[in-house]
Design a protein around this ligand. Sequence first.
Ligand code: HEC
Ligand code: HEC
Length: 357
Amino acid sequence: MKKLLVISSLIFVPLLLVSFITRESASQANRLRKIYSQHPSQWPAPFVDDNVKWTELGLIPPSPIENQKDSLQNIIALGKALFFDPRLSSSGKISCATCHDPALHWTDKKEKSIGHEGATTQRNAPTILNSWVYHKLFWDGRARDLQDQAFGPIESESEMNSEMPDVIRTIRKIKGYREFFEKAFGKNEINPDRMTEAIAVFENTIVSNKSKFDRFLEGNKKALSNSELRGLHLFRTKARCMNCHHGALMTDNQFHNIGTAGADVGLYKVTHADADSGKFKTPSLREVMHTGPWLHDGSLKHIEAVIERLNEPAMNSQISHLIRPLHLNKNEKKDLISFLIAISAPAPHFEKPVLPQ
Ligand code: HEC
Ligand code: HEC
C-alpha cells in the first residue's frame, strides 16, 4: 500500500506540477495578450538603461521613395537591371544579386560570401531588405548612404573586382543601357554617379513583407501564439534587447561591442578611436531568421547560439555596458526565438529583370 502511494505520488506530483506550470504560462500569455493588444503607447515600459534613447517597436514605415515610385519608375528599372547585371564585374560573372539573392531574402546564406574568382569576403553579407533605414552602411559603417555604398562592391577585389572606368566603358557599349539612362535621367550619358544613384533608388524599393508581428500590430489579436507573445514581452523586458534593437526596424543605428569581434576591429577601422574597437552596427532584426548564419562574420549557424551568447556574454572591459548576463531559462530562450520567427516574414514575389542588350 505504502509502495503504491509512493509510486503514484511519483507519477502524479510531477504531472500536477507540469499541468500547473502549463496553465500558469498560458494565463501569463492571456495577461500579456490583453496588455499587448492595446496601442503600443500603452505597453509596459521596456527594460532599457537610463541613457538609452529608445523608440517603441511598430509597423515598418514606408520607405523614403514609397510615394514617388511612379515618378521614379524608370530610375528604379535601371537600378534593378544594374543590380542583376554580372557585366559590372571584371569576370562578367558576378552581380550584386550573387550575394544579395532575392530568393534568399536578399542575402546568400553563406558564412562569408564568394566573389571574384572564388575569393571570400571578410564579412557576412547582410540582407539589403529595409536597408534604407540605416544612417550608415556596412557592418563598420564605412559608407554614408546606399549610393556611396554601391561603389564598394564594384571595386572590391574580393567581390566584383572592377574599376569604375572599365565598368562605365562596358555599360556605355550596351545599346539597351543608353536607352535606360535616357529614360531614367533624360540624358543618355552614363556616369558612375547616375549608376550608383539608380542602384540606391532601386534598393529603396526592397522592403519587408508583412510578418505575423505586423498583423498583430494591425489589430489581429490572434496573429501571435502564446510563446511568441511571451517572446515579445521578454524582448522588451528581461532580455534587454530593446536597449539596442528598438524602433520599427529594431535597430538603434548605433555601433556596439557585444563581445563578438574576434579578429575584426569593426568601427575602429573607420574612426581609429580605441573605444570603437570591436563595435559593429546593430543589425535590424526584421527578417532575422532568414539572414543566418549570423553576426558580422557569419560565425554562428544556429539562432540558439546567438541567444546563448547574449544570455551569457563573455564579459571584458571593451564590451558595452548595455550587455550583461540575462539569466534566461530554457523556456524563456525558446519564447524569445519564437518572437524572432514572428518578425521574419515570407519573401514577397520578385521578378528578376530582363537585362538590356
Ligand atoms: C561577393 C559578394 C557580394 C557582392 C557581389 C555584393 N555584395 Fe553587398 N555586401 C557583401 C558583404 C560581405 C557585405 C558586408 C561587408 C561589410 O560590412 O564589410 C555587403 C554589404 C552590402 C550593403 C550594406 C548593408 C548594410 O546593412 O550595411 C549593401 C547595401 C550592399 N552590400 C549592396 C550591394 C550592391 C548594390 C552590390 C552590387 C553593386 C553588392 N552589394 C555586391 C557581399 C556582396
Ligand atoms: C548593446 C546592444 C545590443 C543588445 C542589448 C542586443 N544586441 Fe543584438 N546585436 C547588436 C550588435 C551590435 C550586433 C552585431 C554584432 C556582430 O555582428 O558581431 C547584434 C547582432 C544580433 C543578432 C545577429 C543578427 C544578424 O543579422 O547577424 C541577433 C539575432 C541579435 N543581435 C538579437 C538580439 C537579441 C534577441 C537581443 C536581446 C536578448 C539582443 N540582440 C541584444 C547589439 C545588441
